[in-house]
Write a protein that binds this ligand. Sequence first.
Ligand code: ATP
Ligand code: MG
Length: 424
Amino acid sequence: MPIPGIRGFKDILPEEAKRWQHIEKMARDVFRCFGFNEIRIPILEKTELFARSIGETTDIVEKEMYTFVDRSGESLTLRPEATASMLRAFIEHGLYAQDKIQKLYTIGPMFRHERPQKGRYRQFHQINAEAIGLDSPAIDAELMTMAMHILSALGVSGVELQINSLGCSHCRPQFRRDLQSFLGTRQAGLCPDCQRRAVSNPLRVLDCKVERCRAALEGMPSLSEYLCPDCKTHLHAVEEHLRLFGVPYTINPLMVRGLDYYTRTTFEITSLALGAQSAVAAGGRYDGLIKELGGPDLSGMGFAIGMERLSLLIGDLQKIGEEPILFVAAMGENASVMAARIAHRLRLAGIQAEIDYEGHSLKSQMRRAGKIGASLVLIVGDDELARNSVTMRDMKSSRQWAVDFNDDIEALVRRIGKEMGRVV
Ligand code: ATP
Ligand code: MG
């Protein structure tokens, strides 16, 4: 009996992996232009890091983390998100001593024990960006613009940027209290999860997707009316910058995020094409979190793009710039040696070159060349070889012609390169 993979843990097969490579390449390029540097961090952290940053009463910490005790008796957790780990590294290595402004990104797997469905897995992948040490609303708008730009660079259209402000430690507590008492009057109408949240984490109720909870929120106090003057000014400035960058957005006053550390600006990028799991990217500001984690009092803002959902949005529509492939078909012993030699030489010159390993007929080698999508086939036969001649076949036009190479393999290799539009 074969052993299957784990539920919610998905293999990314070669066809899709190509798309992922393309996504990563484009994202890295955008990060470079916006001045973001890569940081690579472990996927395991001490459990308390997430409990303290994401918040004890969030869904993630309460019921979604992969937590276990390791052989030395320590409680460890597979990271459910990247911000906490990035900030931990930022603090631990004193990166702020070199420069208090750090723009960082990382790409990798996250783990949450959720119910697997389309666009929702237990191991999923994110592209994460964090801008640390900047209070300016300009950076909030820049991050949103950058996330939108990554999507548009990948040919994704039809997405919507929704923004909101969650207020700060001055204005949010009053809203939280008033919301809590409001929810107290609506207890009966809430789903069991929200009846609990109404007490422990009332803002989370706003984010609940259950229909009756949405209805129960009718007439709730409006967060925007509670924002202090500083938070209001900040939000307006973010909007101004978005207009400056020409990025369309809508304000969604119900958008809170599933993590407790957010302050002021939060945002989500959604697409109707994703169905129920509509958010492809999300992020926000987290002033106070770095200090809370034992670091300096610096603010921060970040986002995460979900790669599985992004990959769904790109679909097969995008013809990802494919590199040309050469197939060297050989007939006979000397020809096989020559084929291997030419393929090797071209591989070192950066061209994908394939050969036959099993002495197949020319017909079957041509079939294989077609199957792997070769654009050019070089046909080498013992007899022709003795006359210093080979045949080239352009697979698209089916045009075929003889090439004499006068014992000069280098000249032949250059000729192949030219035929394939590559300098070798
Ligand atoms: P959702 O509302 O979809 O559960 P979230 O608020 O939990 O998202 P974040 O923690 O903000 O999501 O993560 C940012 C992005 O990561 C999401 O917008 C989504 O694209 C992706 N993501 C989150 N959880 C999963 C998952 N279980 N499987 C696949 N992608 C995910
Ligand atoms: Mg979630």
